[in-house]
Design a protein around this ligand. Structure first.
Ligand SMILES: Nc1ncnc2c1ncn2[C@@H]1O[C@H](COP(=O)(O)OP(=O)(O)OP(=O)(O)O)[C@@H](O)[C@H]1O
Length: 228
């Protein structure tokens, strides 16, 4: 379960404080598929970063799987992220000098011995349909393939939560759909909690619940039947 209790977040730039999230409370049950929508600049990424322990808050509480993210020190946060959370970003964020396989092995390097790392990374890449692209550099892959590598990298640690920040934003709509289909498959098969930021209302409605961010507040609305 992910729980935010009265969370406020502001940024200070040039001596000016801008409040992005105001007294936000919400709960996301384990295994849910949730979309986050809202206008540009409303604070969607900020909210995702707060949930993932990447961004400190000004006040309130953030709980992830019973752990108090708001009070945890950097080391403990890094462990929590590594063990429980997989990230997928709009810009893929792959290491350009490393092959697909090496990119996916990266999160595991601190966790296991090397034969196991390679096997797990190959498995993750096979799962996203890239068994034939293991040794390609990102520059030799299409945008959709790069995002699939990023998805494999997020999966490889067997996370409980996948946070996806507009993963289709840099892809054409058909390629974007293949990424969303994969995310949905992973959610359905592994029971992973998925939180997806999207500007596409059609994609947002495929989730079980949607969080709408507007003027610093959030509204959580259930979709009675996920449209798939
Ligand atoms: N590190 C930062 N320092 C100062 N202001 C920031 C910082 N990060 C984000 N902001 C501001 O906070 C607001 C919310 O940003 P955020 O990226 O969360 O919005 P978003 O809803 O994800 O936007 P988009 O849909 O355009 O990606 C924006 O006005 C942004 O300029």
């Amino acid at each position: 379960m992910i729980k935010l209790k009265s969370v406020s977040k502001s940024y200070r730039t040039g001596g000016e404080e801008t409040e992005i999230l105001k007294d936000v409370s919400l709960e996301i049950d384990k295994g849910k598929y949730v979309s986050i929508t809202g206008p540009s600049g409303s604070g969607k990424s900020t909210l995702l970063h707060i949930i993932g322990g990447l961004e400190p808050i000004n006040s309130g509480e953030v709980w992830v799987d019973g752990q108090p993210v708001h009070t945890m020190k950097d080391n403990a946060l890094a462990k929590l992220r590594l063990k429980k959370i997989g990230y997928v970003f709009q810009q893929f964020q792959l290491l350009s000098t490393a092959t697909a396989l090496e990119n996916v092995m990266m999160p595991l390097l601190t966790m296991f011995s090397s034969p196991q790392i390679k096997k797990d990374a190959e498995e993750a890449l096979t799962r996203v349909g890239l068994a034939h692209r293991l040794n390609h550099l990102p520059s030799k892959l299409s945008g959709g393939e790069q995002q699939r590598v990023a998805l494999a990298r997020a999966l490889v640690t067997k996370p409980e939560i996948i946070l996806a920040d507009e993963p289709t934003g840099n892809l054409d709509s058909e390629t974007g759909k293949t990424i969303i289909n994969l995310l949905e498959k992973i959610h359905d098969e592994d029971g992973v909690t998925v939180i997806l930021i999207t500007h596409d209302p059609e994609l947002a409605q495929r989730a079980e619940e949607s969080i709408h961010v507007l003027d610093g507040r959030v509204e959580l609305k259930p979709y009675k039947v996920a449209i798939r």
